[in-house]
Each structure stands twice: as C-alpha cells, then as structure tokens.
Design a protein around this ligand. Structure first.
Ligand code: 9WO
Length: 245
C-alpha cells in the first residue's frame, strides 16, 4: 500500500507515522509513505500557496496551482490513484470505507489548511471527500493520519499476530474485551480467575462474553447491526444475569 500525502507539513506527517507498528511497516517496505509539499510547487520565490478569498472575509484560501502541481507530481511518480480530500463534509470513515481503501494499492490524501482550498482544485482533481467526524480541526493532516493508520492495520503483514487478534473484536462488530497484565493483584484488585486458569477455551469464551456484554452496554447500536448467534446470545444472557443488567 502506498500513501501519497499532499501537505504543507510533511515533517509532521512523517514523524507521527514513523512511530510504532506503522513506522515499522514503513521501514519494512510493507507501507510506502510519500509526502508532497505544495510550497515546493509554488511559482514565486516566496513559496506562496495561499491568497485572500474573493468576496472578502477572514483568513486565506489555498491556491489551485501549487496543489494541482503537487497532485500531478504524485500521480506521475507512481501512476494513477484516487485523490481523497479530508474534509468534514465528506462521508464519515467507518470499517467498510477503511476496508475499501485497504483494497487499493495507492491513494493520494489531500490535506487542507487555512480556511480551505480553492473550489476549482476540488472540481479539477478531487475524486472523493472523507471525514473522520463532525468537527473541524486545524488541518487535514491529523484526519489523514487517522485514515492511514486504520487502513495500514489491514495490510497483510503490518500487524503481528497479537495486535491483529486484538483488532478482531471490532472487526467482528464488537467492542474490545478487558485486558490485564502483571501483577495479579494491584490496589486490592485481582485479575479475573479465568485468565490465569490456563484453559484457553474458557478464556476465549470469557473474552467473547465480555465483548458482547460491553457492546450491549456501551454501543447497543453495534449489536443491533451485527446480530447474535445462539451461542453468543446465551453468553450475553449469562453476562446480563451476572451484571444485573
Ligand atoms: C472546514 C469545514 C467546516 C464545516 C463544514 C465543512 C468544512 N470543510 C472544511 C475544510 O475543508 N477545511 C480545510 C481543511 C481547511 C481547514 C482545515 N481543514 C480541516 C479538515 N479541518 N478539519 C478537517 C477535517 C477533515 C476530516 N474529518 C474531520 C475534519
């Protein structure tokens, strides 16, 4: 998977994405991250990439040409790829959209700053918008990094066995089960006995039951959408009796 990111802050993107499991995947070449700074494509010696908005009003707008040339350079570098503009007015990122992106070999992520980008750039070069939620942040970079992290985790070989197991719960449409580590007792609180029983089947059953119970308590909408088989329903019924809910 290759991500090309159009951003005024390439160092920010490379630094954040260079950590942890995704950073290791980039180092191993399983994920490719290339950044393109519109300022490098500016026509004037000041590196101008923005200007005042027509019609007046506060702030600045990103100019078409530097962005367009950065996008075209990204396309020329590694072939055609969808251009996705990170913006609150796009459809909201969810598991299906993450899966669809992970099926692509390449994607170009366009990060806006200032008050936004000239609409004509969107008309000329943007294939889709994508939101990570109904709020505005300072730029498209953090949303782009959320998208890249979530998508990269689905690329084969990026997650080790442990992490991919941890991700299974949500991939199953459920919230995560609780996690514990040493010491066995801390501040008078013990680890649930099943987790130290050595009975792997019982542990797996307990984890599924916890995920089902927590999903019902915290995100009943997910459970509604997912449905339950007979065994899961029985586990959830037992959880509700145990938790009195
Ligand atoms: C801002 C905005 C506000 C309300 C409705 C739609 C909107 N679009 C934008 C926009 O594209 N802003 C540019 C990119 C310039 C300001 C910083 N940008 C931005 C993108 N802030 N927040 C996002 C974003 C992207 C994806 N998901 C959530 C927020």
């Amino acid at each position: 998977m290759r991500f090309d990111v159009i951003t005024l802050f390439p160092a920010m993107v490379r630094s954040v994405m260079g950590h942890g499991v995704i950073g290791r995947a980039i180092e191993a070449g399983r994920i490719e991250l290339v950044t393109w700074n519109p300022r490098d494509f500016s026509k004037d010696r000041h590196g101008t990439v923005d200007d005042r908005p027509y019609g007046g009003g506060p702030g600045m707008v990103m100019k078409v040409e530097p962005l367009r040339e950065a996008i075209q350079a990204a396309r020329a570098a590694a072939g055609p790829a969808p251009v996705i503009y990170l913006s609150p007015d796009g459809p909201t990122l969810d598991g299906d959209r993450i899966g669809a992106l992970a099926a692509q070999s390449r994607v170009i992520l366009l990060c806006g700053r200032y008050e936004g980008i000239d609409e004509r750039l969107i008309e000329l070069e943007v294939d889709a918008r994508l939101s990570i939620g109904d709020y505005v942040v300072s730029g498209g970079e953090l949303p782009a990094m959320v998208v890249m992290d979530a998508v990269a985790r689905l690329v084969p070989g990026v997650l080790g066995h442990a992490e991919s197991a941890a991700q299974d719960a949500f991939a199953e449409g459920l919230l995560d089960w609780p996690h514990y580590t040493r010491p066995e007792t801390v501040a008078g609180l013990d680890v649930p006995a099943v987790l130290t029983s050595g009975d792997h089947q019982a542990v797996a059953r307990w984890r599924l039951q916890q995920a089902l119970g927590r999903t019902r308590e915290r995100r009943p909408d997910l459970l509604e959408k997912r449905g339950l088989n007979e065994e899961e329903q029985a586990l959830l019924d037992a959880y509700r009796v145990e938790h009195g809910n």
